[in-house]
Design a protein around this ligand. Structure first.
Ligand SMILES: [Mg+2]
Length: 189
């Protein structure tokens, strides 16, 4: 059976845009910077038979900081670079709403995971979700995923102690998280 893994985008694959971009969102490709080791980590997952699914909140669209077209363009360029590095992303899911929209998809809600389950005929329960934020841990936890927090984004390690819902694992970055996950899955065979 094909293995699935869910990955957040900002702060995990690319540098978290908080604090240094115009609206603290990646509104243009110039502000999308792959984190060190991220493309290599994706390649390792892909080479090991994982379907990689990106699950990302991009509320800046509904706040009109950038358009859906701009988001699509950024995604296209990201996927091209990932492909050039030898990996593939199975599908990307974005929630473009903001809190006041009261949607079902904005993390910590789980709509994007449920949509992926429906679209791809997969079960997310028991697989991993790697993210850099509290909402990632909460969303993953509430749909039964194993949660991995990476410290390469918006969350400083000491903040986690105050969280009601803690991640199952914490790693420095995507590369370290993937190393662990691949090792663990080898042990199971
Ligand atoms: Mg993030």
């Amino acid at each position: 059976m094909k293995k699935t893994i869910f990955i957040d985008r900002d702060g995990v694959i690319n540098k978290d845009p908080g604090g240094w971009t115009e609206h603290s969102y990646v509104t243009r490709w110039e502000d999308f910077h792959f984190l060190p080791g991220a493309k290599e980590a994706l390649k390792r997952l892909f080479d090991n038979g994982y379907d990689i699914i990106i699950i990302s909140n991009q509320g800046g669209v509904s706040k009109e900081y950038f358009s859906q077209d701009a988001l699509d363009e950024i995604t296209g360029k990201m996927l091209t670079e990932i492909r050039a590095a030898g990996a593939r992303i199975r599908k990307t899911y974005y929630c473009v709403h903001q809190d006041s929209d009261n949607c079902d998809c904005r993390k910590p809600k789980t709509g994007m995971f449920r949509q992926a389950e429906k679209d791809l005929g997969i079960k997310s329960k028991g697989t991993y979700f790697i993210g850099d934020g509290k909402v990632d841990v909460e969303a993953g936890n509430s749909i039964g995923l194993k949660t991995v927090l990476v410290l390469s984004g918006k969350t400083p390690a000491e903040e986690v102690d105050g969280w009601e819902i803690r991640p199952d694992h914490i790693f420095r970055d995507l590369f370290e998280a993937v190393k662990f996950i691949l090792n663990e899955s080898k042990g199971k065979k």
